[in-house]
Design a protein around this ligand. Sequence first.
Ligand SMILES: CC(C)(COP(=O)(O)OP(=O)(O)OC[C@H]1O[C@@H](n2cnc3c(N)ncnc32)[C@H](O)[C@@H]1OP(=O)(O)O)[C@@H](O)C(=O)NCCC(=O)NCCS
Length: 191
Amino acid sequence: MDRVGSRRSGQETLVPPQHDDPSTDVDVRDYRDGDYQACRHLWVELTEHHRRLFDDPTIGGEDPGAGLDRYLADPERAASWVAEVAGEVVGLTGLLHHGSSGEVEPVVVAEARRGGGIGRALIARVVDEAVSRGYEYLAIRPVARNASAIRAFHSTGFRTLGGHVDLTMDLKPRRHRPLGSVGLHGVELQY
Ligand SMILES: CC(C)(COP(=O)(O)OP(=O)(O)OC[C@H]1O[C@@H](n2cnc3c(N)ncnc32)[C@H](O)[C@@H]1OP(=O)(O)O)[C@@H](O)C(=O)NCCC(=O)NCCS
């Protein structure tokens, strides 16, 4: 079976993974204090995904779960939700408030559950909240090489590039091997 986030560094097959039980009953509900340990684990999985993408085990530092603490303390955090399947927390998302717009941050599904519609259910909850708050738009900011996530987000309705494209010029040998290139405005850009 093709999987998202293959263990080989940076290599992703861009075929949605198939979950054994596509009829999975997902409950998306507000985050509560008792979800902390499960969400810390999800944050570690999010970090591991990025470590594989960049072939860089230092991403997230020695305690990658601590990223959840920084996230929970972010003054722009408006709300957070978890996805529960059969009483188990298997996904986390949230909404950051940026004035007249919102941002989905984070969004992560337990690796074993990806491709089963849970990410779509989480994002739908954030979209509902963003609409009810009257935001002009909703952003989501995957790293450029997170091709599987970009495809999933495109599929769930994110179709427009935001205000800035993050162009960089290497001044030292690259730490992270380029994975490919994409065309934009008639030029090729590595990612
Ligand atoms: C990105 C992520 C949250 C998506 O959640 P998910 O539960 O796997 O996604 P879903 O099963 O709900 O799929 C939603 C849509 O995306 C598509 N999709 C999912 N994974 C895909 C992939 N690898 N390639 C192409 N499309 C994909 C699905 O086909 C579906 O579209 P469809 O209904 O039109 O078929 C999840 O894969 C994840 O946690 N990834 C690792 C962490 C990460 O990168 N987070 C984002 C950081 S910004």
